[in-house]
Design a protein around this ligand. Structure first.
Ligand code: ATP
Length: 514
């Protein structure tokens, strides 16, 4: 069986071959950590965005959307803390000349202890069978206890160093843990330095004195600076939320793992404004709601977990990540943060205007507290593809590559195929397609054998294929083939729309969230 790493590589190649994701500026050999979405990728991405947008704005009457600009007044980033504190701790290996995030090197090292513990548990589980008590084993097995002790010690030092912003200690942890560069295999490390992740550019001609501005590193600030506009014009009452989907830019140093960490990416963020003191209730609500949103896609409940932050950002009083099990481990896909009144208070200070909310029920003005949900569209896209991609052996030694995409998200919903390219079958197939195309994204394929055509659709995750054969001309029936089970059913053409509408009904997905 192929290793997870090999499968991941194949999936990346598959994304390019089937028009999901291309390297940016491909004919110039690409641009590091920047990617373009192809004809199928853009459909999948749009469907993810629609699922998110609808779950926010249709299911919550107190959540509305906006679309703010990428460029913002430079003081926004002073107020938000990004100019002073949006840094990554970097370390270079002198032999390979490769640069790493010091915190990521340590986190990866910590994760290895968990892997070792899990391995010991798996081995013991096999040995003891049904009698195996994992909790007891973890507490008593000397080797596991030793691993856990070491992990906890390093973890405690790591958290303390992050909190104190102690770069020398971060380096010392790397040295003490004997962490080596994955490329050179050596421990020849430089000191750890801070590096600001924001891209800057200039507006106005230099002759007039150009102003330095930033490409936004998160969409959230566009929401904060518009909070008063939306609250007043929409007559919103607390609690209420504002959501937005848009591009964000970060000068990521270590760009790895395909579209997991990009320099230009897209975020779906929501800021939910609440009464001070009620933030924990809403933090819990959004945590659970967001996890349901993920799980409703049916990619496997065991692939998700919450991970509470080791170090809270300067603005947060609670924070958790929703992690997804990628082929390279559990990784953050979404962050849920309780941001207190940090952003609004800071903007109020910097802009010098009163942006407090008057609460008519309490007859009192206050700066609202904020719960944020922030998810990367691209990471979500990657997690779906990782879960959906399968190289499936078939009976008779054959095999197929199939994307088990949730049907609602699939780029093409149905492919209509005439069995042969003659005898009036293409005309009949076109007639069916012309009828369906207003409701579902359809494609038409008459080239090659039916088997090959099915494989092509499997490879892009099309949930249904509809075949028109000679009998169809007389009995007005077609064969519908289901992607995952590969089962085929003969059905009247008149029933087709109803069957598809039922299977592809986004409302069923949304209903699972309530
Ligand atoms: P990480 O620790 O992986 O750098 P983060 O904690 O800085 O991520 P947030 O600032 O909380 O990320 O951003 C919210 C979401 O935006 C993340 O959960 C992720 O899905 C997405 N995201 C952040 N940075 C990137 C990136 N460079 N490329 C793609 N998506 C990203």
């Amino acid at each position: 069986m192929a290793s997870q790493e090999e499968t991941f590589k194949k999936m990346v190649a598959h994304c390019k071959e089937y028009g999901f994701v291309f390297p940016s500026s491909d004919i110039y050999d690409g641009l590091a950590a920047v990617y373009d979405y192809g004809q199928n990728g853009v459909e999948l991405k749009n469907n993810i965005k629609k699922y998110w947008w609808d779950s926010m704005t249709l299911l919550h009457e107190n959540v509305v959307g906006i679309d703010a600009s990428i460029f913002m007044h430079p003081t926004v980033w002073k107020a938000s803390g990004h100019v002073d504190a949006f840094n990554d701790p970097l370390i270079d290996n002198r032999d390979s000349k490769k640069r790493y995030r010091a915190d990521v090197l340590i986190e990866d090292h910590l994760a290895k202890f968990d892997e070792k513990i899990n391995k010991e548990c798996d081995k013991a589980a096999k040995r003891f069978g049904d009698k195996f008590d994992r909790e007891m084993f973890v507490q008593t097995n000397p080797r596991v206890v030793e691993y856990a002790k070491k992990r906890d010690e390093i973890h405690a030092r790591f958290v303390k160093a992050l909190e104190a912003n102690d770069l020398a200690e971060l380096k010392q942890i790397i040295i003490d843990c004997e962490i080596v560069c994955p490329i050179s295999g050596t421990r020849n490390w430089t000191d750890v330095r801070q590096f600001n992740l924001m891209f800057s550019t200039e507006v106005g001609s230099t002759a007039d004195g150009a102003t330095k501005i930033y490409l936004r590193p998160e969409t959230a600030q566009g929401i904060f600076v518009n909070y008063m506009n939306v609250q007043k014009t929409g007559r919103m009452k607390i609690p209420f939320g504002i959501c937005q989907i848009g591009k964000a830019f970060r000068n990521e140093i270590v760009a790895r793992q395909f579209i997991f960490r990009m320099r230009e990416f897209e975020q779906m963020e929501m800021q939910f404004f609440v009464r001070p003191g009620e933030e924990m209730k809403w933090f819990e609500y959004w945590k659970e709601f967001r996890l349901r949103w993920h799980k409703a896609l049916g990619l496997g409940d065991e692939k998700y977990r919450f991970h509470d932050h080791d170090k809270l950002a300067h603005y947060a009083n609670a924070a958790t990540d929703i992690e997804f099990e990628m082929p390279f481990g559990f990784k953050e896909v979404e962050g849920i943060h309780s941001r207190t009144d940090f952003d609004l208070s800071s903007h109020e200070k910097y802009c010098g205007k009163n942006i407090k909310y008057f609460d008519p029920e309490l007859n009192q003005s206050y700066t609202p507290y904020v719960i944020e949900t922030s998810i990367g569209v691209d990471r979500m896209f990657l997690s779906i593809l990782c879960a959906a991609y399968e190289e499936q052996p078939l009976e008779g030694g054959d095999s197929r590559v199939v994307l088990h995409l949730p049907a609602v998200l699939a780029p093409v919903k149905v492919c209509v195929m005439p069995l042969v390219k003659k005898d009036g079958l293409p005309e009949k197939a076109r007639e069916i397609m012309d009828d369906l195309k207003f409701d579902f994204r359809c494609s038409y394929d008459e080239k090659d054998s039916i088997g090959k055509r099915y494989r092509r659709q499997d490879a892009i995750g099309t949930p249904f294929c509809v075949t028109v054969d000679h009998d169809s001309l007389n009995d007005n029936c077609v064969t519908i083939r289901h992607r995952d089970s590969m089962q085929q059913q003969r059905i009247p053409i008149a029933d087709l729309r109803g069957i598809l509408a039922n299977e592809l009904d986004a409302r069923q997905l949304l209903r699972k969230l309530l």
